[in-house]
Design a protein around this ligand. Structure first.
Ligand SMILES: C[S@@+](CC[C@H](N)C(=O)[O-])C[C@H]1O[C@@H](n2cnc3c(N)ncnc32)[C@H](O)[C@@H]1O
Length: 390
């Protein structure tokens, strides 16, 4: 098992649902505000933004206010039993683009489909199941952030890059809400829809190569843990490709499941084994999962200033008493149940040499533990943003 030097740090942070650090240590009124409704109130260029400066409580802070205690309050056992039906997987319908053969000659392996361009680089699937999971994650982020697509105080973003855009769902929403901006979504997989806002373009490319774009005002990265070989180089490249005054924002889970009540119940063993081995496989191939806890430091090193970090404790199953946290936990449980098969199959079979059947058995055990609401499972989510000096 790989040592996790950050564990102490993570544990310390896990003491509170929301943590803030960085130069701006106080919750700050946001100079910008997002139009959070889907489209009727879409913001028009030059028009005053729909939320005023008087709304000084950010959704992150609002969540913090909802959970004034260090711990998220758990629901009682009977309610948890009733809710254990949560987690039946229903897929979200999604339209997909048809594209040229080279980048769509996908690798099929053990019932899952993987990207073709730069084959073998990214070890998670890109099939419909995974796309549904990514879209569901976007919904979870909307619930967590009250519909806000970003937190950096970006003013009038003109050129925007979404690094590792996945299904492009964030980029589509961003382009919709900021019609005067030009948005680029970049990914190894051409899994984005064809019908997109006119101010958005998707490109199939490797973000670890040298970028050849005009500078951006805002660069967004979300859920890239386990994907990148040299994080410092990627962040330096983001810095170089920002206009002075431009912002970089990263949203990353720690990709580690913790148990809030680990003093009362035994830690779920199969989940521990799954994530330890996954972490080890990530280290072996040089694409670490331990990203979120380093992001602020990496941004500082690259030269970013006014860096702010918020950490939110997100339940991984519907064990919380508060209805909003329960709902978020229910969606996260669905995500985790899917992740238990997507997140690891290639790592375990290609890197650690397990047979597909051995992995299936582990994954079934992990799913069983994920469904057991006696474990108050959660993961920490880090939102970090910083500015390139003017
Ligand atoms: C977990 S998904 C996150 C997708 C999206 N950012 C979101 O939040 O929904 C990670 C994405 O990064 C893409 N990716 C991984 N390595 C990449 C690389 N070197 N260049 C471009 N995209 C990459 C994967 O193809 C995948 O779509």
């Amino acid at each position: 098992m790989t040592d996790l030097p950050e564990k102490d740090e993570r544990q310390a942070k896990a003491d509170s649902p929301i943590h803030t650090s960085g130069e701006l240590s106080q919750a700050q009124p946001k100079p910008h505000a997002q139009n959070v409704s889907p489209s009727p109130d879409r913001q028009v260029e030059g028009q005053a933004e729909p939320q005023s400066h008087s709304q000084s409580v950010s959704p992150i802070q609002a969540l913090a206010d909802d959970q004034p205690n260090d711990e998220i309050e758990a629901d009682d056992n009977e309610a948890l039993e009733r809710d254990s039906a949560f987690g039946d997987n229903e897929s979200i319908a999604s339209s997909r683009t048809s594209l040229t053969s080279g980048i769509t000659r996908y690798r099929q392996e053990n019932g899952r489909r993987y990207h073709a361009y730069r084959d073998g680089k990214y070890l998670f699937p890109n099939d419909e199941k995974e796309q549904d999971r990514l879209d569901l994650f976007h919904h979870v982020f909307n619930l967590l952030f009250g519909g806000k697509l970003f937190h950096a105080p970006v003013d009038n973003p003109q050129r925007v890059l979404d690094v590792g855009t996945g299904t492009g769902i964030w980029a589509i929403d961003f382009a919709d809400q900021h019609p005067s901006s030009h948005v680029v979504g970049c990914d190894l997989s051409p899994i984005q829809p064809g019908w997109i806002p006119p101010n958005l373009e998707f490109e199939v490319d490797d973000i670890e190569d040298t970028w050849r774009h005009k500078p951006f005002n805002f660069i967004h990265m979300r859920m890239l843990g386990g994907a990148i070989k040299d994080w410092e180089a990627l962040i330096a490249q983001a810095y170089d490709n920002l206009e002075p005054g431009g912002w970089l924002e990263s949203v990353e889970f720690e990709v580690w499941v913790d148990c809030q009540n680990d003093g009362e119940v035994e830690m779920p063993k199969m989940i521990q084994q799954w994530q330890s081995l996954l972490t080890e496989a990530g280290e072996r191939i040089g694409r670490t999962f331990i990203v979120a806890v380093h992001m602020k430091n990496w941004m500082e090193k690259a030269g970013f200033v006014d860096i702010r970090e918020d950490v939110i404790k997100v339940p991984n199953s519907p064990w919380a008493k508060d209805p909003r946290w329960k709902e978020i936990g229910a969606y996260q449980q669905h995500n985790m149940l899917e992740a238990a098969s997507a997140y690891g199959q290639a790592h375990f079979t290609r890197v650690l040499g397990w047979s597909p059947d051995e992995f299936l058995v582990l994954s079934a055990e992990v799913r069983k533990e994920l469904k057991n609401l006696k474990y108050h499972l959660f993961s920490n989510l880090h939102i970090v943003y910083g500015q390139k000096p003017e």
